[in-house]
Design a protein around this ligand. Structure first.
Ligand SMILES: [Zn+2]
Length: 79
């Protein structure tokens, strides 16, 4: 599983009419592992194995390739 830990900071600007919210997402940690079920593709007459995460939709990917985003912190503040 590719896991990203993300900290979210939402800033509100008092008195601003259009789009008073600003959202910043910081990736604080990333963890991954090699693909468990690589798939064969043909390119330029050659067969090669690529990670299933580069080809298949997320619901068909192996546990090593599937992306998980974990929100570890949410801070709300006023500008
Ligand atoms: Zn995979």
């Amino acid at each position: 599983m590719t896991r990203y830990q993300v900290a979210v900071t939402e800033t509100y600007a008092d008195g601003v009419q259009d789009n008073p919210w600003s959202v910043v997402r910081d990736v604080t940690a990333a963890d991954s592992a090699p693909c468990h079920r690589p798939i064969a593709v043909k390119a330029n007459g050659h067969r090669r194995l690529i990670a299933c995460g580069r080809r298949l939709p997320s619901d068909q990917q192996c546990d090593a390739c599937r992306v998980t985003v974990e929100i570890v912190e949410v801070r709300r503040k006023r500008a």
